[in-house]
Design a protein around this ligand. Structure first.
Ligand code: FMN
Length: 203
């Protein structure tokens, strides 16, 4: 490889393309968000936090700050056009509330999109302001998944068929194929290291 410095190009793509839902002035509003974070990943009862980076100029920002609640909806490839649309038009000038059939979970102000195979409702925990953006960190309250997207009780990404976002070439991508198992593929090397170390250690 021959590396070339290309400036501060963010290489953390692809990211997941999501639709963040909230309530502004009594109506649902939707915006596309591809800049997200996962904090304190945990299973079971421990609190988990999800971050969404939202420019304060966006209409959604008003609703999330006012009610302290939002949803993160994962659209499938079939929703590409609608997903891109809510990332182009603003609730400031266009009422986006009727664009999707919705359902409500535990929270009052976190409408979720029925057509999205996976949705999550979040309660705002903390807001971090950095540069031009604010990072809304929400505690994950509940996740809802279309039963058809489960395989042996686990969310099956292939069935979700998510839209991936690439800001380096400004493209949408779909998922590729499964190439291995985390915490498993490297074990062969671990075993090899062990036998190598054994061979190196004095008799
Ligand atoms: C693919 C895509 C990803 C986007 N990701 C973000 C993002 O992470 N944060 C953000 O503030 N805006 C993002 N936007 C822009 C907003 O979705 C867009 O400005 C939207 O119209 C804001 O809607 P609102 O004013 O009704 O809240 C994205 C747009 C697209 C098309």
């Amino acid at each position: 490889m021959k590396h070339r410095a290309i400036g501060t190009v963010n290489g953390l793509y692809p990211s997941l393309t999501t639709i963040v839902g909230c309530v502004v002035s009594g109506k649902a509003n939707w915006m596309t968000v591809a800049h997200l974070g996962i904090l304190n990943h945990a299973t079971g009862d421990k609190a988990q936090y999800l971050g969404v980076s939202v420019n304060p100029a966006h209409y959604s920002s008003i609703g999330i700050r006012e009610h302290g609640e939002f949803s993160i909806n994962i659209p499938s490839r079939a929703m590409l056009e609608a997903t891109d649309h809510v990332g182009i038009v603003s609730g400031k000038s266009t009422d986006k509330s009727a664009l999707f059939p919705t359902f409500k979970g535990q929270l009052e102000f976190a409408p979720m999109i029925l057509d999205c195979p996976l949705t999550m409702e979040c309660r705002l925990h903390q807001t971090v302001v950095l540069g031009k953006d604010q990072f809304f960190i929400g505690e994950l309250v509940q996740t809802y998944v279309d039963e058809a997207c489960l395989t042996e009780g686990h969310v099956d990404l292939q069935k979700i068929d998510p839209i991936l976002f690439d800001f380096m070439r400004t493209l949408y991508w779909s998922l590729g194929e499964v190439i291995g198992k985390p915490w498993s593929e490297g074990k062969v090397r671990k075993h090899n290291n062990k036998s190598q170390n054994k061979a190196l250690s004095p008799a």
